[in-house]
Design a protein around this ligand. Structure first.
Ligand code: CDP
Length: 232
């Protein structure tokens, strides 16, 4: 049987959202990007001028903000529409200011508690591809298939840089690389649910591979997981 709960974790800009969405579409599963939730909390905190360093206020916000994932609706390249308390924040959560502040926000234990509980409830329904940092280790340790998607820092910075240029932003590659390094450092060293490969995750290095090549490998991993299950 095709694995029902699929977890894809990995560092910043490793291609999780592109591959996760393609995989979910092929399998006709729900695609769920857990990073969006941390981004929404960060974007709303910034919009309301809540200091990112105020753990109590940021945690209270995470516990109370209503996050909705809706079909794309607007044809502007979005994967889906994201609302925070009914307001469209689809592009606001991708801004650089959010990239820079999201890792400190997601390191707060209370914020994680609020977000992972919702993610777990959604994931346990099955037929889902969930992407993030701690899906295979903490949110859904019982996932039927876990993939850890990686790439070198330089390759990931290059991908994020090109994404930003395509969006018309003025950015410098060196700066994107610095910011990605900093985020990985915070994500990997935090005390609660740090980014790391689950012991039973399949490691996939996507450096130098095209989206089509990575998708092909991921599909092969899914097929082989289905085979193993049939044989046992
Ligand atoms: O797309 P990108 O890889 O740059 O980031 P993202 O997946 O949207 O995640 C943004 C941030 O949210 C990460 O840098 C983590 O700090 C946090 N995050 C997390 O802590 N746990 C998750 N399951 C997903 C994201």
């Amino acid at each position: 049987m095709t694995p029902s709960i699929i977890a894809i974790d990995g560092p910043a800009a490793s291609g999780k959202s592109t591959i996760g969405e393609l995989l979910a579409r092929k399998l006709e599963y729900l695609y769920f990007d857990s990073g969006v939730m941390y981004r929404v909390v960060t974007a709303v905190a910034l919009a309301r001028s809540i200091p990112i360093s105020d753990e109590v206020a940021v945690t209270r916000l995470a516990e109370n903000v209503r996050i909705d994932f809706l079909p794309a609706q607007v044809p502007d390249g979005r994967q889906f529409t994201i609302q925070a308390d009914g307001r469209d924040v689809t592009w606001a959560i991708r801004e650089r200011i959010v990239d820079v502040n999201v890792s400190p926000v997601s390191a707060y234990p209370g914020v994680r508690r609020a977000m992972s509980a919702q993610q777990r409830r959604i994931g346990l329904k099955g037929r889902v591809v969930m992407v993030g940092r701690d899906i295979g280790t903490v949110v859904l340790p019982e996932a039927d298939l876990k993939i850890y998607l990686d790439a070198t820092e330089e390759e990931r910075a290059r991908r994020r840089y090109l994404e930003r240029v395509a969006r018309g932003e003025e950015v410098e590659y060196e700066q994107v690389l610095r910011e990605i390094r900093r985020r990985d450092e915070i994500d990997s060293s935090r005390s609660v649910a740090p980014l790391k490969k689950a012991d039973d995750a399949v490691y996939l290095d996507s450096t130098g591979l095209s989206v089509a090549q990575v998708t092909e490998r991921v599909m092969a991993i899914v097929a082989s997981a289905a085979r193993v299950e049939r044989e046992t």
